[in-house]
Ligand binder design. Sequence first.
Ligand code: SF4
Length: 451
Amino acid sequence: MALTGIQILKMLPKKNCGECEIPTCLAFAMKVAAGQAAIDACPYVSEEAKQTIGEASAPPIRTVKLGSGDGAFTIGGETCLFRHEKRFEHPTGIAVRVSTSEEQAAVDARIKRFNDLEFERVGVMMRANLIAVKDGNGDGAAFADLTRKVLEQAPRASLILMSDNVANMKTAAAVCGDRKPLLYAADDGNWQPMGELARETGCPLAVKGKNLDNLVDLSGRLVESGHKDLVLDTGARTMRAAFEDSVVTRRAAIKEKFKPFGFPTITFPCEMTDDGMMEAMIASVLMAKYAGIVVLSDIQGEILFPLLLEQLNIFTDPQRPMVVAEDIYPISGPGEDSPVLITCNFSLTYFIVSGEIEGSKVPSWLLIKDTEGLSVLTAWAAGKFGADLIAQFVNKSGITDKVRHRELIIPGYLATIKGELEEELSEWTITIGPREAGHLPAFLKEWKPAK
Ligand code: SF4
């Protein structure tokens, strides 16, 4: 049963030393109880307490780390059914499959696309995460060679090795060394030797059931024999069945604490259709409904980008707005006669506004005021972007050392505070900028300092 913060506090050393990067033991205990901090972060807690708290505060879906170094990727660790209840912890991994049964050129092109396709959005670099290497023709040497190629050519990829042949899997896993691939998969026929291989290599192990009952049986056996880092494949190969299984397993793990389903899942849209767009649609459905990994047959920009956006949307913390730091941001090398604009620190606002300024090619200073991640109007309504606070920030920001003029461009939506702001910043001319960021380029091209 989950422990409360007070119960956890009783087991802490109460030094209030802050070495866990949280100022007090009480605050740390509350964070551990809420699943926002790991008990290991306190170096002084006893082993006994660590075990008790660790077990009680472990998420109902185990956190499983795949790969290592630059290619490390973590899945699972989930604690709720719906994002608004708390947040989803680890983004669904997007994997692309390559197989020994395919032409070299096709494989090379897919690896290249894996490496090349990356997109920046609100300051986050987004890309596919894993490559699934399939033993497509049962040739162990070819499987090892392809694994080696992927390791060399895609150092940022976390690997999934796909074979039901234990000997072939062993050879390919040896090639991976400490890259710790996910071994896919233990099934009814090979679960013991495949489990043994996972134990020897320290790799996480995927378990493939024929159906949910078979998966419960297999997962239970592997857990009983001491395996912890499992990833589940329910065996479903239609969208409807995969969707239903996904909901059933997640609900059983979260609501009933059903241990055999207490692991992240892997799904295969690439095996559910031959149509690329349909495959992307299935992947997006499964991503929205709890898939730990979706394996695609290929990645093209038009398929990957919307999936990455969905990944970004679902896996941001709804309780914590995305923010950028309060600061002066120079855009396109501004000088002392460049315009000075101000806006809030909601990251979407920042990236849209800074993007439009950059696009205008007018070198500018952009002041970002901390509004706790609220957008312009919401921040103003909440009293976090009023004239007095803006004036305080402008005065302490150091912008007066950077420009000769004294003209501040405020968002069009703040037009009502112009007079008040002019009183607070008596040396400054306050100019009302456009309401929409899209109108900034034209506005800036016309701009001349007032004084
Ligand atoms: S490191 Fe441990 S003792 Fe120090 S404040 Fe954190 S929980 Fe308390």
